[in-house]
Design a protein around this ligand. Structure first.
Ligand code: BV8
Ligand code: ZN
Length: 248
């Protein structure tokens, strides 16, 4: 049997599946990843200038413009066969927990519900000063150029600047989301890790936790993953090609 067949059979037997996704799951929708050698965002931009609270304090318009550029890309994008296969899998297994590091809403638009967003969302900005949610985002942002500054809106309650609703480096992840993800990883029988480089902590602990708790760990990624253990598999290829084959 091929590894694909072994994993497909294990999926059919599984009672609780965790799907853990990263930027690679949205790559085929045209959303750039962070660390890919040619097209990754961190090849062109420095996370220290854009994805920290200090960066926002220093130059709020630079940071806000960059996130509005990314939000405009997501609004134009559509879910791809990988997002759709994950939503379909949830209808086939007794229990599925979907945990994502992505800040887009493509899983939801493919029909997945109760998505656990570990790193927040581009679509849920809040006040940098008082933390109240901000409801006034333009539904149709004119797509600013990648490096264009854009003044963030002001909070209607306190006048503070509105910030993107994502988790920046050095910030704590939403406690409930992280706790739910760890709990699911600790009790699942199979974890599919899709399109993530697995280098950002604490999220990167999730697949390891599943493996340590006795689950099968399956990486879906065109880049080879270190899959050495007897319960660890690597299915090489684009998520939009591999995941539909797992369900067939
Ligand atoms: C915290 C939101 C503490 C914003 C993001 C030194 C050592 C260890 C840890 C640290 C350290 N220094 C600092 C840290 C901690 C730090 C960290 O882990 N840094 C790493 C990078 C060294 N972590 C933090 O700061 C976290 N917070 O620790 O808080 C704390 C405690 C108490 C009180 C206060 C604080 C917060 C981390 C959150 C950062 N936010 N995003 C935004 O989007 O702008 S991170 C960023 O990376 C992304 O958003 C994404 O969510 C995350 C993970 O990346 P991936 O999704 O994996 O994407 P990547 O590009 O890397 O990989 C894509 C993969 O897809 C590749 O493998 C590729 O081959 C594959 N692929 C490509 N195409 C396809 C595909 N796969 C399938 N199909 C395809 N078609
Ligand atoms: Zn406010």
């Amino acid at each position: 049997m091929s590894d694909l067949q072994v994993v497909a059979a294990a999926l059919r037997r599984a009672r609780h599946v965790v799907v853990f996704t990263g930027a690679g799951v949205s790559a085929e929708s045209g959303i750039p990843t962070f660390r890919d050698a040619l097209s990754g965002l961190w090849q062109r931009f420095d996370p220290g200038d854009l994805a920290t609270a200090e960066a926002f304090r220093r130059d709020p318009a630079l940071v806000w413009g960059w996130y509005e550029w990314r939000r405009a890309q997501v609004l134009k994008a559509r879910p791809n066969p990988a997002h759709q296969a994950i939503a379909a899998l949830a209808r086939q297994v007794p229990k599925l927990t979907l945990v994502t590091q992505n800040v887009d809403d493509l899983h939801e638009r493919a029909g997945s519900s109760e998505v656990i967003h570990l790193h927040g969302s581009l679509h849920a900005p809040r006040c940098f000063a008082c933390a109240r949610p901000f409801a006034g985002l333009a539904a149709d942002p004119q797509e600013p150029a990648a490096g264009r500054r854009l003044e963030p809106p002001r909070c209607p309650h306190c006048g503070g600047r509105v910030r993107p609703g994502v988790v920046w480096f050095g910030e704590e992840l939403p406690a409930q989301a992280l706790q739910q993800a760890f709990a699911a990883a600790g009790e699942c029988d199979l974890l599919l890790s899709v399109g993530t480089s697995g280098v950002v902590y604490p999220a990167a602990r999730i697949p390891q936790l599943a493996l340590e708790s006795g689950a099968l760990l399956v990486h879906v990624n065109p880049q080879a993953a270190a899959a050495e253990g007897a319960r660890e598999y690597w299915l090489g290829g684009a998520a939009g090609l591999v995941l539909p084959q797992l369900l067939a």
